[in-house]
Design a binder for this molecule. Structure first.
Ligand SMILES: Cc1ncc(COP(=O)(O)O)c(C=O)c1O
Length: 360
């Protein structure tokens, strides 16, 4: 067994005393979940930090997607990207919708907006800000408005990602965040939805508590997607150090790019945004080269991940609808490298030296 020197991800954990400072009152109050005071505080502070309105917390990023589809009454036909995590496509299928995969842009790795079928009002759009990189939000908004299409952004990676100086989460009818343990900030498990309209927020708030209205009568079909006080407490500890986390992760990305710029390619970030340090993908020239690098890194105790592989349009369970040659090709060549708060600049240099050796 090879010892893992550099894992692919490592959750940030607060000191026990820090976490306890938030949860000690929970024991006194004996209020563990159901819209408790810590949930409300986390919701408020997160919305303030991100400078967004109509934000609600939920128990994970996958349920955030399901709830967004339900609240926005997403149409049966959904146009989406094949280059994403399983949850993007599986949530569409699980809701009984049919995903049609639209190819991606080989540079941004996001859905190619010019390929979205602009003449189809029967469809809704689920796009992903892949690795935090903003989609062409203005072009998508214009097209969707003309066609009466709902747009949902799976923004699981887009915490603190900006477009033209404002949060990218302000675009679309809804954006969903993941606050899973491996994300930039987390609540162990958790997620959030940011709605454009307040009435959709109110509807979704009802839905996450079994559909109960203020009289405790089921007024809509609901589910249990509430975030507990213990999870909210973890989220609050993260917000206390979020700027430090973001700055460090961005430094790591810059160092990786500096070290590797002459031997691999990178995702091209939107000119109106700035890398949020959520992931560190590199693009190799072929799958054979990717495997060579991956095997070398594994032997040296460095984890890497084929993220996202395979292209979702090639997964039988998701229906395989759509023509996506670019995504199919890109998914063979993208490798994600370790990135986490505890990783040091020297660690990045160490990892890059091994990649240089593998490609020599
Ligand atoms: C693009 C994308 N969407 C959705 C999710 C699901 O989020 P969660 O793990 O919080 O359910 C993830 C998880 O990493 C993701 O990468």
């Amino acid at each position: 067994m090879i010892n893992v020197k550099y894992p692919i991800v490592k959750p940030v954990v607060p000191s026990k005393s820090k976490y306890y400072s938030y949860i000690s009152d929970v024991f006194e109050r004996n209020w563990l979940t159901n819209n408790g005071p810590l949930l409300k505080e986390f919701e408020l502070r997160l919305a303030e930090y991100l400078k967004v309105d109509n934000l609600m917390l939920v128990s994970n990023g996958t349920l955030a997607l399901h709830l967004a589809y339900k609240a926005l009454n997403v149409k049966k036909e959904v146009l989406t990207t094949p280059f994403s995590f399983a949850a993007t496509a599986s949530s569409i299928c699980w809701e009984g919708h049919t995903p049609t995969f639209v190819d991606i842009n080989e540079k941004s790795l996001n859905i190619e907006h010019s390929l979205l079928n602009s003449s189809c009002p029967r469809t809704s759009i689920v796009a992903v800000h892949v690795f935090g990189n903003p989609c062409e939000v203005e072009a998508i908004e214009k097209m969707a408005k003309e066609n009466g299409q709902a747009v949902i952004y799976d923004a699981a990676h887009a915490f603190a990602s900006h477009y033209k100086g404002k949060s990218v989460l302000k675009y679309g009818d809804a954006s969903t965040l993941s606050l899973h343990a491996t994300k930039i900030i987390h609540s162990v498990e958790g997620g959030a939805i940011i709605f454009k309209d307040k009435d959709k927020l109110e509807l979704a708030k009802q839905m996450i508590n079994f559909g109960f209205d203020s009289n405790n009568i089921p007024a809509s079909i609901g589910i249990n997607a509430k975030m507990s006080e213990m999870h909210a407490a973890m989220g609050l500890t993260m917000l206390d150090k979020v700027d430090e986390i973001l700055e460090h992760r961005q430094q790591l990305v810059y160092e990786y790019q500096h070290q590797l710029k002459s031997i691999v390619a990178f995702q091209q970030w939107h000119e109106h945004g700035e890398n949020n340090g959520a992931y560190m993908p590199i693009l190799l020239r072929s799958e054979a080269e990717l495997k060579l690098v991956m095997e070398h890194l594994t032997a040296k105790g460095i984890q890497s991940r084929r993220y996202f592989y395979p292209s979702l349009s090639q997964v039988e369970a998701y229906g395989q609808q759509g023509f996506t040659p670019t995504a199919n090709d890109i998914s063979l060549k993208v490798l994600c490298l370790p990135i986490y708060f505890e990783l040091t600049i020297n660690g990045v240099i160490d990892i890059c030296n091994e990649i240089k050796t593998a490609l020599r």
